[in-house]
Write a protein that binds this ligand. Structure first.
Ligand SMILES: *Cc1c(COP(=O)(O)O)cnc(C)c1O
Length: 384
């Protein structure tokens, strides 16, 4: 344990113990357990401008505590891991891509990743960076890796829920000097630890299950490579895509229940997936936690929880819309990972290559019997 740190950085603790204590400062009499958000554009700084807290775009004590907490969850028991938080997941993703890539470099992205990646691809291409894509399933990115500077992995992929073998991809990438970043949004650090699987960066949106209440946007980048993080930090300073102290504090507060939410939502997702499996109108059902899912074998090797997202296809767009209307406990909304279940017809956005009746269902922390009943009732009602 480093000085001034009352948290449970040690690898010997379980996920729950670590989650409730991650990033907490050493107890100080009459001070709160988790000190409140520090609202500061600048700090008192007489004389020589020595760090750490000089100006609010560069550093904030509320971020520092949250960043330490995320490091403890992403790489328990490791001292040298650094995390930087950002205003959103996209700010974190852009920080890695645009700080590491130069004109003339090649980057490999997933063909089936987060829906803003095609926009990122346009921007990278405009800056003279070659972008190659391949699907997540079957480790297909291996086929286009040759000579790339950076490999970007998203596993499980969103919204298709394919999984790739992170260790295998990292080994091939590192053998030719290619850096590897993993988008860990869907899994959260309690579901998967990319740095332990060999990745150079674990990057995520904290907007989803990490914070889990659907009330803030946040992103982060974690790495054990200090040199790489210097350039990511420099990028954050230049672009200024920093989290607000209130959001950072709410996120830290939310981490204390991450293990409870993740366990409950994962168990609920399995219950809902199992209920959907027997239904004749449901095709293309995907959940990495289902033993017969195409992703299950690799997921079981590298994941510790399979997440809360279930996807499936209903016969038509109209049927899918009636199903969503009929749900009472599941809100029709985008995003995922919150304690309240949400679902949407993904095709309404365009962009994702999915059938018109494709539903992405994010399973919340409700009682499983209530959820399963609601989903089955909505399926029945949507038949006509
Ligand atoms: C939501 C999401 C992002 C972007 O995060 P924001 O916080 O919305 O910017 C990136 N990757 C994945 C997998 C996501 O689901």
């Amino acid at each position: 344990m480093s000085s001034g740190d009352a948290s449970t950085a040690g690898a010997g603790y379980g996920d729950g113990t670590r989650a409730v204590r991650a990033g907490l400062p050493e107890p100080v009499k009459h001070e709160p357990t988790l000190p409140g958000p520090v609202f500061a554009a600048h700090y008192h700084l007489p004389g020589e401008p020595t760090g750490p807290y000089a100006y609010g775009r560069d550093e904030n004590p509320t971020w520092s505590r949250l960043e330490r907490a995320i490091s403890e969850l992403e790489a328990p028991g490791e001292d040298g891991v650094e995390t930087l938080t950002f205003a959103s997941g996209m700010a974190a993703i852009s920080a890695v891509l645009f700080s590491q890539l130069r004109a003339g470099d090649t980057v490999v992205l997933p063909a089936d990743g987060y829906q803003a990646l095609p926009l990122v691809r346009e921007q990278l291409t405009a800056y003279g960076i070659e972008v190659r894509t391949a699907p997540t399933a079957g480790d297909a990115q291996l086929g286009v890796l040759d000579g790339a500077r950076l490999l970007w992995i998203e596993t499980p992929s969103n919204p298709g829920l394919d999984v790739c073998d992170v260790r295998r991809l990292v080994e091939a990438a590192h053998a030719q000097g290619t850096l590897v970043a993993v988008d860990n949004t869907l899994a959260t650090p309690l579901g998967q630890r990319p740095l332990e699987l060999g990745a150079d960066f674990s990057v995520a949106s904290g907007t989803k299950m990490l914070t889990g209440h659907g009330d803030l946007l946040l992103g982060y980048v974690a790495s054990r490579n200090a040199g790489l993080m210097t350039s990511v930090r420099r990028w954050r300073k230049i672009v200024g895509a920093i989290p607000g102290p209130m959001e950072a504090w709410l996120a830290h507060r939310s981490l204390a229940t991450l293990h409870l939410r993740a366990d409950r939502q994962t168990a609920n997702a399995l219950a809902v997936a199992e209920a959907l499996r027997g239904r004749p109108e449901v095709t293309g059902l995907r959940y990495p936690g289902l033993p017969d899912d195409p992703s299950h074998k690799v997921a079981a090797q590298q994941m510790r929880r399979f997440g809360c997202v279930v996807s499936f296809v209903l016969p038509t767009r109209a049927r899918a819309e009636r199903f969503l209307d009929a749900l009472r406990l599941v809100d029709d909304a985008t995003s995922f990972g919150g304690v309240r279940s949400t679902a949407e017809r993904r095709g309404r956005w365009g962009g994702d290559a999915v059938p018109e009746g494709f539903i992405r269902l994010s399973v919340g922390a409700e009682d499983p019997e209530d959820l399963v009943t609601d989903v089955l009732r909505a399926l029945e009602e949507s038949a006509h």
